[in-house]
Write a protein that binds this ligand. Sequence first.
Ligand SMILES: *Cc1c(COP(=O)(O)O)cnc(C)c1O
Length: 371
Amino acid sequence: MNAPRIEVDLAKIRHNTQSLVKRLEPLGIAVLGVTKAVCGNAAIAQAMIGGGALGLADARISNVGKMRKSGIKAPITLIRTPMLSQVEQVVSVCEASCNTELSVIAGLSAAAVRAQKTHGVILMVEMGDMREGISPDHLGVIAKEVDGMPGVSLKGIGANFACLGGLVPDATQMANLSKLAMSIDRRREAPLEIVSGGNSANLPWAMGQSHIGRINELRLGEAILLGVDPVTGKQISGLYTDAFILIAEVIETKTNPASVADRGPCFDARHLVAQNSQNARSILALGVQDTDLSGLTMPVCIRFVGATSDHTIITNPKSHLHVGNEVKFHMNYGALMRAMAAPNIAIRLLGDAPLLKSISTKHSRPTLTLV
Ligand SMILES: *Cc1c(COP(=O)(O)O)cnc(C)c1O
């Protein structure tokens, strides 16, 4: 089988989506499944929709195009403010986009008029994370301008937390976002349809005892894909954390590693572990070019020695890994994002059928158990 490869369990992604949708539904919060970390993989997007996500969201128009070409019909929101040079494509493949610049919204408006479409606009508000957003003080004026533009329809407002500045959303910030939404509601004929509260980092707030207020949508990527809270890295109860597994193949095993004194400048000394002659040292056909190796969880018996562009060196004191053996890893969000975009990593989708059925045991090689 192809290596390196990522095995994706679609049933687990579907389960994670469904579990979150069910918990948020009674609070009046809908889920958008965020596909940016999986580069708009259509099967994964479909598993999110199958699990009850109301729509999809991605940061890149190329990923959205990929999903449309694969036949995804669900509404898709562009969650990075569009490039002025891409307004035509945005209007053609996305129902809505998150926006922070009036000049871009004017471009979307003109493109939508030309295409005889109506494009939804979500205005992103800067609530303290210091990445994208309009200042709360300017929101009312900008909302009014958007309401007056042809071809676009002001669907709602949104905020994003815990990305650049690492600001974790709490009850106060979320209440402020609700207040902003209500102040815009009061100045319009119809209330805003969407108040998009944030990303996976908002789940502790949403599932806590806080008042939900006007928030009626969350955009969830990491929680669905990896089953963890991005702030703490801890598992969210009831979710699978192993929907994605990275598999690499051993291409060399030697019991006498080269002397540490011989090492050249490309060897990252931070990752050196004590080696002795009993430790077998293996090389995997996987490297820095493929993923963020610091974001991999090693199987229990394996120690990470270091990596270069195309090689990953591990030691394995307990049992010897043989050439041709496969080693499995869990990935964090950063490693997943890089690996899914790597052209040399195959993606193997395991269907919605029970996991055991879809793995062919006939050709599989011995593997190590996960941590
Ligand atoms: C990446 C992103 C999300 C999803 O974040 P997760 O932590 O993966 O849930 C939501 N909204 C915006 C604007 C994003 O950039």
